[in-house]
Design a protein around this ligand. Structure first.
Ligand code: MEV
Length: 438
């Protein structure tokens, strides 16, 4: 049976599901009933989700958890996290509590500039292009006015446009490199619309520029698009306390803990293999909040990892020190986030997530997200340098294994109790279930 189909997007939802079930599943009735089981009974809500993307067949659930007790700049937050990994929310909550008792997190936004580029090809005289750019720049800004008017009312807009010569890298390659302030919007649509307008004006005006020869007028716009690399949209989060307050457990002294912790951070600073895993742990916290608040986690991921490699070698996003008996642990990361526009006013759970965070501005959300990343990294390094990661991880994973075996509530209670004093491994859990059921 051919699996190629044309006009698929024009089929209605049931027809799409029927086609899929007939072509891909052994038991098409079971497949159909699973897909439909995840539909929302509220038709209006379901339609909303159907229309977020093309070819929706059902909903894909992720758990939405909350991590309370985050003290950030002396205010308490409960942070929403959408994530499937079992130990992440527990780790965030534990780190929040640990730092709640030690003064909490201190954060600040360092900068909020976003970037977009019109990439184009020009093979004429360089000076002619520079003088054309100078003469057309006011018009680039003027023609974009209808697009920027509202953003300007909110205090944002286009900050600058530069001509950048990239001909050393590709023959004839230049850019209009533009910077933007987008206030509480993530700004992707705003930036892309402005860039496309720049490209139009640039091309049209080139035809009229007297100093250009006929061939020089042939500027080829390759593309106009924002950059998800935002090293000038930076936020910092930090925790600190006296080393003697780093009481971890009875098996390790505060000084020993601080030293091991700093060694672990230093290793991630110099060793890319470790840095990637270290930063992955940070992104466990960051992505979960970014997703829960309806932001674009792919953009954040791409920008953060590029930043981690900004010095030519992939490195840790967090740093730690001890100076004069004070332990300090911090993160500085680029985050382009929005609290208006996009899904923020559409997805009911996103609205609740933002309300839970006291309807933050984009700058406030940047700080909360950075804290979630720092907390997650603290929790991971704390486990890694003391008990090892598997103890906590497998405890949380226990529930997944029990669910795989369809354990009843009373079986779950008994086995959770049992594994409070026994090491969780997959085989140990299987054996314990079997014993219990015997
Ligand atoms: C697992 O999701 C994340 C960790 O591997 C992070 C780390 O190693 O720092 C535990």
């Amino acid at each position: 049976m051919s699996k190629v189909i044309s006009g698929f997007s024009r089929l209605d939802k049931s027809q799409k599901i029927n086609w899929l079930a007939e072509h891909y599943f052994n038991d098409s009735d079971i497949a159909k009933s699973i897909l439909k089981q995840y539909w929302n009974e509220d038709e209006k809500l379901q339609k909303l989700h159907d229309e977020f993307i093309e070819n929706t067949i059902t909903n894909y659930y992720l758990p939405l958890g909350i991590a309370p007790n985050f003290l950030i700049n002396n205010s308490v937050y409960t942070i929403p996290m959408a994530i499937e990994e079992s130990s992440v929310v527990a780790a965030a909550s534990k780190a929040a509590k640990f730092w709640y008792d030690r003064g909490g997190f201190k954060t600040k936004v360092i900068s909020t500039t976003k970037i977009g580029q019109v990439h184009f090809m020009y093979h004429g005289n360089h000076d002619h292009l520079v003088s054309f750019f100078k003469s057309v720049k006011p018009l680039l800004l003027k023609d974009a006015k209808p697009l920027t008017k509202n953003m300007e009312k909110r205090g944002g807009g286009i900050l600058d446009i530069e001509l950048r010569d990239k001909t050393n890298e590709i023959n004839g390659y230049y850019q209009l490199h533009a910077t933007f302030e987008t206030k509480d919007a993530m700004g992707a649509n705003f930036i892309n619309s402005c860039l496309e307008q720049f490209a139009n004006t640039f091309n049209t005006e080139a035809q009229k520029f007297d100093d250009f020869s006929e061939t020089e007028k042939d500027i080829q716009i390759v593309m106009s698009i924002l950059s998800n690399y935002v090293p000038e949209c930076l936020v910092r989060a930090e925790v600190s306390c006296n080393v003697e307050d780093l009481t971890e457990n009875e098996n390790i002294s505060p000084t020993e803990f601080a030293n091991k912790f700093i060694q672990a951070v230093n290793i991630a600073e110099v060793e890319p293999y470790r840095a990637v895993t270290h930063n992955k742990g940070i992104m466990n916290g960051i992505d979960a909040v970014v997703l829960a608040t309806g932001n674009d986690f792919r953009a954040v991921e791409a920008g953060v990892h590029a930043y981690a490699a900004r010095n030519g070698k992939y490195s840790s996003l967090t740093h730690a020190s001890v100076e004069n008996g004070v332990f300090k642990f911090w993160i500085e990361i680029p985050l382009a986030l929005g609290t208006v526009g996009g899904l923020t006013s559409l997805h009911p759970l996103v609205k609740l997530a933002l309300e839970m965070l006291n309807k933050p501005s984009a700058e406030e959300l940047m700080q909360i997200v950075a804290v979630a990343g720092l907390a997650q990294n603290f929790a991971a390094l704390r486990s890694l340098t003391t008990t090892g990661i598997q103890q906590g991880h497998m405890k949380m994973h226990l529930m997944n294994i029990l669910n795989q075996f369809e354990a009843t509530d009373s079986e779950k209670n008994a086995l959770v109790e049992h594994f409070k004093t026994n090491t969780v491994t997959h085989s140990a859990v299987v054996k314990a279930i079997e014993n219990l059921r015997r």
